[in-house]
Design a protein around this ligand. Structure first.
Ligand code: TPP
Ligand code: SF4
Length: 293
């Protein structure tokens, strides 16, 4: 009997961060319904009855993931069925086209878990820029490098004051697993965002997904944390960095491994460094304010 919740042999690229993180997420859930908007996932999972996802899945339109999940949760409650309703969406569907429905569901504190796998591009339709694409990155619509910094949906959701917001990385699947286990027990709106390095989109060899996911955290370009019922805490390696137990690696180690940053000038690297430092200072302030309030 097959018990895996994500079956092997999907149509995803080799080294796909979405499949490895989705497998981890599904194993961390007990009785769940998955809501998937248009994305690489809606393609690689295949169509019913041959879907690679071995739990109930609802494929919805690009813009409507959070409201679709809200409706499914309401219908299950009405029928007296206790199940977790979980959105699995890309950054295009989260940061851009789905943001309105996401913000609405967060503000109403709907009892759903929304997970964004953030590969910082619209990868399924050919690597276009999204609101999550970092400054300086090549995409097919920013061929000489993006000129704007990324926005930050996790921070936007912290300002919605929802019960749980966390960040994770495809480089640390155990950490992702425990965050999903924790989130599933909390009632109300929960959001987890996973940095998901995409080999063809970020232009690195497909056997280095985990390494790139770790480098992002080791260089401070991606920060791991949890915000639970108003309390902020750094987690994993980011916590060790804040506590002075680990030194930050040079962010060039992270940039150098990816073809999408190969044309950066020294000034552009300085700009990325400044942005990253600002982000750390902001989160450290939040940590300080909350631990002294
Ligand atoms: C309203 C609408 N516009 C555009 C599309 C085409 N489309 C399908 S998937 C996709 C990209 C999704 O990007 P993202 O959410 O980041 O997920 P990823 O492809 O990276 O997994 C686009 C633009 C669509 N399905 N619906
Ligand atoms: S393009 Fe990226 S996210 Fe999409 S299937 Fe390939 S590796 Fe996965």
């Amino acid at each position: 009997m097959i018990t895996a919740k994500l079956l092997p042999g999907t149509a995803a690229c080799q080294g796909c961060p979405s499949t490895m993180c989705l497998r981890t997420v599904l194993e961390a859930l007990d009785k769940a319904v998955l809501v998937v908007p248009a994305s690489c996932t809606s393609v690689y999972m295949g169509a019913y009855p041959h879907s690679a996802i071995n739990i109930p899945v609802f494929n919805c339109t690009f813009a409507s993931a959070a409201s679709t999940a809200t409706g499914i949760k309401g219908a299950l409650e009405f029928k007296g069925i206790d199940a977790e309703v979980v959105v699995w969406a890309g950054d295009g569907g989260t940061y851009d086209i789905g943001l309105q429905a996401l913000s609405g569901a967060a503000e109403r504190n709907e009892d759903i878990l929304y997970i964004c796998y953030n590969n910082e591009i619209y990868s399924n339709t050919g690597i276009q820029r999204s609101g999550a694409t970092p400054y300086g990155a090549w995409t097919n619509t920013t061929v000489s490098g993006k000129r704007e910094h990324r926005k930050d949906v996790a921070e936007i959701l912290i300002t919605h004051d929802v019960p749980y917001v966390a960040t994770a990385s495809a480089g640390y699947l155990r950490d992702l697993y425990s965050k999903v286990r924790k989130a599933r027990k909390i009632k109300g709106f929960r959001y987890i965002e996973i940095l998901a390095p995409c080999p063809p989109g970020w232009r690195f060899p497909m056997d280095r997904t985990v390494e790139v996911g770790r480098l992002a955290v080791e260089t401070g370009m991606w920060i791991l944390y949890e915000h639970i019922h108003g309390e902020f805490r750094f987690t994993g390696l980011s916590r060790s960095i804040v506590e002075g137990k680990r030194k930050l690696r040079d962010l060039r180690d992270y940039l150098r491994i990816q073809g999408r940053f190969s044309n950066l000038s020294d000034e552009e690297i300085d700009e990325i460094e400044k942005f990253t430092q600002k982000k750390w200072e902001k989160l450290k302030k939040l940590h300080h304010e909350l631990s002294h309030s």
